[in-house]
Design a protein around this ligand. Sequence first.
Ligand code: BTN
Length: 245
Amino acid sequence: MNIIKLDAIDSTNSYIKKLSNEIAIESYTVVVANHQTKGRGQLGTSWLSEKGKNLTFSILIKFKDFKVQNQFYLSMAVSLGILASIKNGISSSLKIKWPNDILSVNNKVAGILIENILRGNFIKQSVIGVGLNVHQKVFPESIENVTSLKNISGNNYDMDELLRHLIKMIKFYVRYVEKKEFKTLKNLYINSLYNYNKPTMFKDKKGEIFLGKIIDISESGRLVVELENKKTCKFNLKEIKFASC
Ligand code: BTN
């Protein structure tokens, strides 16, 4: 396993993408930083993480035959890998909040930013960026519904060991993508999905609250929600938010 450790960098995702443009790097090369000065989150947000307290890393994975239309299965695989690797010693309920946040009860413990490098209709390489809150106890007021492994379990973690375990488990689930075992992956994902089949309050893009129930995930990764009037709607990430977290 090729792990590049950096003290400080703008973003591990940006760093590994640049590196792979400059030199040939092996699949599953990992870049981990003690501190990110411009950590990036989904939808153009920032990822804030206290220096030295958490894991912020990116893995570059190369694919031989992975169609763009199946890209959400990679998101499922990575979420499942993270969930499996942090479950030990945690008794509270850990779930995947669609599309790929890891939650403990209603609080986010990890986030994932996947950036794909395409050739035609195929994903040739993916940069899997993971921010996992490990030892941080206090978070800025601007970030709501957030926690860390230490806050949940009270334990201290060996960061190197945890990182290796995360990579191993992510690799384990990414094998399902490589073997095109998409059905199995989706079943596993649905089984760990936050509020699956439960009445849930959502917010639409206008900020209006509505009640619905997650009943499925579409082929392209959209959230399939059954509304109160029994109609079914599909939402992408920009169109819907959970009202509670
Ligand atoms: C999110 O939940 O919005 C995704 C957060 C992803 C953060 C990680 S930290 C390591 C990697 N480098 C980045 O700049 N972002 C990802």
